[in-house]
Design a protein. Structure first.
Length: 188
């Protein structure tokens, strides 16, 4: 009888371990011939519901215990090239919600850029719903260039102003989309 009762526990443990192991982000990614190292990752939650696992990739790790990460300019000046990778875990997120979140992040952290054509070009790239398992990667080549990948396919390259810096600020600025995710991405 005990053996029969242990079987469901073993199966549940295997399933949970598999799901947990699958959620680990890659330690490195290669974008545009640049090898980027995982700096940190965490979950973006909205009303206690996990929406995506966000990971920050940089050419050199910037960890909160080795540099003064409290000074946001550290990453905004030396984080190129870099990437933000979003691995969606929620069943479905509508295009309008994605665009609204990006618009809000720019409005809070880079309001002077909100009406720039290149910012509108960036936001309009997200004209699709995402479902669980989809991946959006924002490759921040330099302060003025961001390439958007969707499930490893290039969707758009945006050039202009400080779009790279503005995208970083959505996640790592003074008013990030999710303070806990910011801390996790910075290795805190």
């Amino acid at each position: 009888m005990r053996k029969i009762m242990l079987l469901p526990v073993i199966i549940l443990s295997i399933v949970l371990f598999s799901a947990f192991a699958k959620a680990e982000p890659a330690k490195t990614i290669v974008l545009d011939n640049n090898t980027l190292l995982l700096n940190g990752s965490g979950y973006r939650s909205k009303f206690f519901i996990k929406v995506y696992k966000g990971s920050l990739y940089l050419t050199d790790k910037i960890l909160s215990d080795t540099q003064s990460i409290k000074d946001e300019e550290v990453i905004f000046k030396s984080g190129y090239p870099g990437a933000i990778k979003m691995e969606f875990v929620y069943s479905e997120v509508e295009a309008e919600k994605i665009k609204g979140a990006f618009r809000e992040g720019i409005e809070k952290n880079s309001p002077e850029l909100l009406n720039a054509d290149y910012v509108n070009n960036f936001i309009s790239t997200f004209n699709f719903n995402v479902v669980e398992g989809d991946i959006i990667t924002l490759f921040i080549k330099n302060e003025d260039t961001v390439t958007v990948f969707y499930n490893e396919k290039t969707l758009n390259t945006i050039n202009g102003g400080s779009i790279g810096k503005a995208v970083y600020k959505i996640y790592l600025g003074k008013e990030p989309a999710d303070g806990s995710l910011k801390s996790d991405m910075l290795g805190g």
